[in-house]
Design a protein around this ligand. Structure first.
Ligand SMILES: Cc1ncc(COP(=O)(O)O)c(C=O)c1O
Length: 425
């Protein structure tokens, strides 16, 4: 590959370059220029992949989409039934109001669920904040706390909202590179003192998207002690709290004594209950932080559709077998893909959590950027994966598979990828 590249790869590189040029020219021709905060955002690679996917589908390619972490499993039937039942009631179509019946019940249900899972007590009135999906809360939190001279410490690679939220809020982004050799955990002691002095927020998220790493309570204990010593807020994005394999349990950062002093944790129904379209997440932890987040939101949104809140109560208070079955499904898919890729000569690490596989680009293709390699897989195999660079510059050289297609489709994907790996150079 380093000597001469196949024609298809050179064509892809040309297409990507042309696309960037076109995009720039289009934005320069605009009558209304976007705010600088939008211009400062890194290129959203997933938009490019969406376009390429649409082009491939238009050409008649049967696309196997392992790009976005968009669960394909049908959600729990009892939750959908509750949503439908509640959507029929006219009263549920009014604005959601603080202190209303479902609003109060949802806070109590979240606190009870939290205690059952993590043995941590929460004051439902002050230490729980429902959100329109956790992404909404995570990005608004940066808006609530960052001034132009405040630093947010963000591990890299990571879920893009962690750094994009900081940029949108106009704060200073400071990357903490994370690596496989140190289990994808940031080295908090390596942060220079001058940076620490200006730092206000640290983002963490384990089980981690995209690297699939899981942190233990010991790491959280050290992180909380560090945050208390430096008066830095920790935002723990716990989207994959349930999705761990082989008997491993993912701890909540709030299990650390004293964590509520400096931490908030974000949860979502999108992954555990396969309800990404419902838009229901919640923040828990430090009451002052949550109050400021609620204040920010009060200027932006009008709360959560009441029928959705009833559905969330049904999910959290109802039977939990669904979650165990979903995790077992993801474990089977993980094994199928890890073993299948090994069978075609692509050895990838076995994830301990999340429904992703995170791996280096095969050696044969390491002259390509992750975006070029993802484009190659899409155009030659009709398989969509996420380029690692979409998760930050330290994700370059990697790709992420989301295990959100059924097993026969995953088998087909591996067959098609095998053909690409055998491409002549
Ligand atoms: C780490 C992480 N946090 C948050 C989210 C967003 O979840 P929600 O649907 O609750 O906004 C995702 C979605 O992919 C994610 O991977």
């Amino acid at each position: 590959m380093t000597r001469r590249m196949p024609l298809s790869i050179r064509r892809i590189q040309r297409q990507l370059r042309e696309r960037t040029r076109r995009e720039l020219a289009r934005s320069n021709r605009r009558l209304f220029h976007e705010a600088n905060r939008l211009k400062r955002l890194p290129l959203y690679l997933f938009t490019i992949l969406d376009e390429l996917k649409a082009q491939a589908a238009a050409r008649g390619t049967d696309v196997i989409d392992l790009g976005m972490g968009n669960p394909d499993l049908p959600p729990p039937a009892h939750v959908v039934a509750e949503l439908v039942k509640q959507a029929r009631k006219p009263a549920n179509h009014r604005y959601s109001r603080k202190g209303g019946d479902v609003e109060q019940k949802l806070l109590e249900t979240i606190a009870a669920w939290y205690h059952r899972k993590f043995r941590v007590s929460l004051d439902p009135g002050a230490e729980v904040l429902p959100l329109i999906g956790s992404k909404e809360g995570i990005s608004h939190l940066s808006l609530a706390f960052l001034n132009h001279d405040d630093i947010a410490l963000v591990p890299n690679p990571t879920y893009p909202v962690h750094f994009n939220g900081v940029v949108m809020a106009g704060g200073i982004l400071y990357n903490l590179p994370i690596h496989a050799e140190t289990h994808w955990l940031p080295d908090l002691r390596a942060i220079p003192k001058s940076v620490l002095r200006q730092s206000k927020l640290l983002f963490l998220s384990y089980p981690h998207n995209p690297t699939t790493a899981v942190a233990d309570l010991r790491f959280f204990r050290e992180a909380v002690a560090w945050a208390r010593a430096h008066r830095i807020m920790i935002i723990h994005d716990f989207a994959y709290s349930d999705i761990t394999f082989d008997g491993l349990r993912a701890p909540s950062i709030l299990e650390v004594p004293g964590a509520k002093e400096v931490c908030v944790e974000f949860h979502t129904l999108s992954k555990s209950y396969s309800l990404p379209g419902l838009r229901l997440g919640f923040g828990v932890g430090n009451r002052d932080v949550l109050a400021s987040l609620a204040k920010t939101k009060s200027y932006i949104d009008f709360g959560i559709f009441r029928a959705v809140q009833w559905a969330a109560i049904a999910a959290l208070a109802g039977p939990q077998q669904y979650v165990h079955r979903a995790v077992a499904t993801y474990a089977r898919r993980r094994d199928l893909v890890v073993d299948g890729l090994a069978g075609i000569g692509w050895h990838v690490p076995k994830p301990k959590g999340t429904f992703y596989i995170w791996t280096k680009i095969p050696l044969k293709f390491n002259a390509l950027t992750s975006l070029e390699f993802a484009t190659l897989l899409m155009q030659e195999a009709g398989v969509v994966v996420s380029p690692g660079s979409g998760f930050g510059e330290y994700g370059e050289g990697f790709v992420r598979f989301a295990l959100v297609e059924p097993e026969p489709r995953l088998r087909e994907a591996i067959k098609r990828i095998a053909r690409v790996l055998q491409m002549e150079d």
